[in-house]
Design a protein around this ligand. Structure first.
Ligand SMILES: [Zn+2]
Length: 359
């Protein structure tokens, strides 16, 4: 730049600038320097603009260029120093004893949380958890449950069979766990006494995944979850079933929850029933979820069919009991008012975070 055009006072300020800039030890000092050099008023830059205005017309162009060059150089140097000082300040205030920022916290999937709540509702009644494999035999999935040979559910259009082992299938319900547990409890030990006789009965829940050949749509999925429940004892009747399930539904949906039972049919129970509860969302007044009826269907149940007990070697004249099965996704959709089942399997973080209502 041609500083020879600048008046001596500006030339002096220009030559003093580098040292003055370096002497700025913090951002406050730098701001004062900035004001003195490039501020709008009472600064070297403002003084230069006054000189430019007063200069003879033929000098204006060259003087203007020289003034611009000087001012731009100051601006840039000040900006660079500002970044330096800001970085130094940040480094000086870094406190290694502070807790570092934490990554977002993970949580159980909403369906896991709901299954936990559902099984928890039965815990005070002494139910324990039983598990079974998801690959089952047709014997456990159908035969042991009194499901006839010609039942449509056995067909390959409803059930996934293993290509290499056609006698094996992906279980279509959690009920084969009943068959396994009954066989274990019904088998006589070396002393000729069964576990069922030793314990005087049994009661358990079996939560898990089940599979059916359903097309994926808002209310169907080829994989979903059920919770199976069973109680076996002596002299067990429908009143035990109704009392147990009414208690558990009050624990799950609130103390004012009402229950009603409708006759229904499942091959492994006799008699069979379906249970409705007063709609947990409108307390039975009628809403969109219960379609104005005030009731929602919550589970299927019944007294264990004598053939199921006999199949496991248990004397159906001595022992009786009840069984029930709940759909987890259906309950989750109802409680959370989620219209599309697929949302539960897509793992969209926004949806999962919004599912706090299932806690
Ligand atoms: Zn309702």
């Amino acid at each position: 730049m041609d500083v020879s055009l600048l008046p001596s006072e500006i030339a002096e300020a220009q030559s003093a600038f580098p040292a003055a800039l370096a002497a700025c030890a913090d951002l406050d000092a730098l701001n004062r320097l900035k004001g003195a050099y490039t501020g709008r008023e009472a600064s070297h830059a403002a003084r230069m603009m006054d000189l430019l205005k007063a200069a003879p017309k033929e000098q204006k162009r060259d003087l203007g260029a020289a003034i611009n060059a000087v001012k731009n150089a100051w601006d840039e140097a000040i900006k660079a120093r500002q970044l330096e000082l800001a970085a130094a300040k940040k480094a000086a205030t870094w406190d290694p004893t502070l807790t570092p920022p934490m990554p977002p916290k993970g949580a159980l999937h909403p369906l896991d949380r709901l299954m936990g709540r559902m099984t928890e509702a039965f815990r005070p009644l002494g139910y324990h958890i039983e598990e079974g494999p998801e690959i089952e035999t047709a014997a456990n999935n159908f035969d042991g449950l009194n499901i006839p040979e010609d039942h449509p559910a056995r067909g390959s259009s409803d059930t996934f069979y293993l290509a290499a082992h056609p006698e094996l299938l992906l279980r279509t319900h959690t009920s084969p766990v009943q068959v396994r547990v009954l066989a274990r409890y019904g088998a006589k030990g070396a002393d000729g006494v069964s576990l069922l006789e030793k314990k005087g009965g049994l009661r358990f829940l079996a939560p898990g995944r089940v599979y059916r050949k359903d097309e994926i749509d808002p209310t169907h999925s080829p994989m979903f979850h059920q919770i199976e429940g069973m109680l076996v004892g002596k002299g067990i009747g429908l009143h035990h079933l109704k009392g147990t399930l009414s208690y558990a539904m009050r624990a799950l949906f609130g103390p004012d929850t009402k229950a009603r039972f409708r006759p229904s049919y499942f091959p492994f129970v006799e008699p069979g029933c379906e249970m409705d509860v007063s709609c947990p969302l409108c307390a039975g007044k009628g809403c969109r979820v219960c379609k104005g009826s005030g009731w929602v269907e919550i589970l299927g149940a019944g007294l264990i069919h004598p053939a199921v007990l006999s199949h496991a070697g248990i004397d159906a004249k001595v022992w009786s009991g009840f069984a029930f099965g709940m759909g987890v996704e259906r309950t989750a959709m109802m409680v959370s008012q989620t219209p599309d089942l697929r949302l539960f399997f897509e793992n969209d973080q926004r949806f999962l975070a919004a599912m706090g209502g299932l806690d």
